[in-house]
Ligand binder design. Structure first.
Ligand SMILES: Cc1ncc(COP(=O)(O)O)c(C=O)c1O
Length: 429
């Protein structure tokens, strides 16, 4: 109760003015109205033809033969591991700057995540450190395209070939990104995406596996057909949460919407996966499950708007790159990534967040090497001190939102006003 009161008091000085958060940034009023009608009419959420349409369109965008949907990105990863036959006693090499649900999905199969440090500038896995982590138990490598910037897939492929290891692409942040002119998702044997409410496209929660391998696709499809949809109660809760979150996170309402959202979350009225700290699959319910046709319908609409969505993110990034120069990229290079967020390191993150809090709720990500877990890292196989670059990045990273609800003009105004201050506070690599 004291914690809740403190959270609310902190929000009070944000009097009515447009503020920008990181969630629900890509959804349209039409999608909201469609979801509202679906909720009122109790529309079926198991319409296979809509799900097939969404999968077909997704595969087409990724330039692959097969797309198979699941209830979340983490579940998509879990079924990939299962389809690859990875389990008890095996090891999967992942970057030490990821979301805790990645490590959890590996643990749920009985395998072990092995963490490799990251590059200071790109926040992607440091490929030069992968081979030292390979053992006879290693069964897969992991190409995570953090914040939508493709990692060094060439180097991973080389290592994979030499050690006969498959590579799983984690494209959770990277729908629409390219690498050497090829769509992310088509670069290795198998990839997965997330469409939760903080990602490039938003179906509230959602995941998709893509692959060109027919036999693997068949195994994945078999798994998909054998698992249930969410139960009716969870589904109603999910749709209701989509409707509420959309309103609460509107920039003009955020100042009060955030307070309402915290209260509703506290009262346990919103849909949330509660698996962040669960290391055993038997403690998690409805995992894995299928993606509903209601989400697939929103997903289709989101895919139809993907070019506009990415163009906006890239425009914002172009401006931020000009002013902040974290990545030092030219326009062509900028246009290859999705820029889920524009991320860089600063000396004092608290001060930075405070400076911008009147305009942005920066929702900093990932603030530990496995975002979503703050302590007890040994439980998920991470030993503090073992990946110093990732730990340093997690302490100093900040990210600006880039989604469609953040106007370029606001970014320009804020960055220009605080330009010198940012310059003094940035940590150059
Ligand atoms: C890098 C990365 N991979 C995988 C996931 C899992 O996606 P989902 O939340 O859809 O399960 C996330 C979630 O934020 C992520 O950041």
């Amino acid at each position: 109760m004291v914690l809740l009161a403190r959270k609310l008091i902190k929000l009070l000085p944000k009097w009515p003015r447009r503020r920008y958060n990181i969630f629900m940034g890509t959804n349209t009023k039409e999608e909201w109205l469609w979801m509202l009608r679906a909720w009122i009419t109790r529309r079926s959420y198991k319409d296979l033809s809509v799900i097939e349409d969404y999968e077909r369109k997704f595969a087409q965008i990724c330039g692959v033969k097969h797309a198979i949907s699941f209830g979340a990105g983490r579940m998509a990863l879990y079924v990939i591991l299962e389809a690859l036959g990875i389990g008890e006693g095996d090891e999967v090499i992942i970057p030490a700057f990821t979301c805790v649900v990645v490590a959890n999905a590996i643990l749920y199969t009985g395998a072990k995540p092995i963490y490799v440090d990251i590059e200071l500038q790109s926040f992607n896995i440091d490929a030069t450190k992968i081979e030292a982590a390979i053992t006879s138990r290693t069964k897969a490598l992991y190409a995570q395209h953090t914040f939508g910037i493709a990692c060094n897939v060439d180097a991973l492929r080389d290592i994979g070939k030499r050690h006969r290891l498959p590579i799983i692409e984690d494209a959770a942040h990277a729908l629409g990104a390219e690498y050497h002119g090829k769509p992310v998702g088509s670069l290795t044997e198998v990839a997965f995406f997330s469409s939760d409410h903080s990602k490039v496209i938003n179906t509230y929660v959602g995941g998709m596996v893509v692959t060109n391998k027919d036999a693997l696709a068949l195994r994945l499809r078999k798994i998909q057909m054998g698992i249930p949809f969410m139960n009716q109660k969870s589904m109603r809760r999910l749709v209701r949460s989509f409707l509420i979150n959309y309103i609460c996170y509107l920039p003009s309402i955020l100042w009060i919407g955030q307070v309402i959202h915290i209260l509703l979350t506290h009262l346990d009225l919103l849909f949330l996966f509660k698996d962040d700290l669960k290391t055993k699959k038997e403690d998690v319910s409805e995992y894995p499950c299928r993606l509903s046709s209601l989400q697939a319908q929103i997903g289709l609409s989101q895919l139809n708007n993907l070019s506009h969505n990415l163009e906006h993110r890239r425009k914002i990034t172009e401006y931020l790159e000009k002013k902040i120069r974290w990545n030092q990229l030219n326009l062509d290079e900028i246009n290859q990534s999705t820029w889920l967020r524009y991320s860089f390191l600063v000396k004092d993150r608290d001060q930075f967040e405070k400076k911008f809090s009147w305009r942005f709720d920066l929702g900093v990500w990932f603030t530990t090497v496995v975002g979503g877990r703050e302590e007890g890292f040994e439980e998920i196989g991470y030993y503090p001190g073992s990946c110093p670059v990732a730990e340093y990045v997690a302490q100093h990273i900040v990210n600006f939102p880039t989604h469609l609800k953040v106007p370029l003009g606001i970014i320009q105004k804020e960055i220009d006003y605080y330009h010198d201050w940012i310059g003094e506070n940035i940590l150059r690599h």
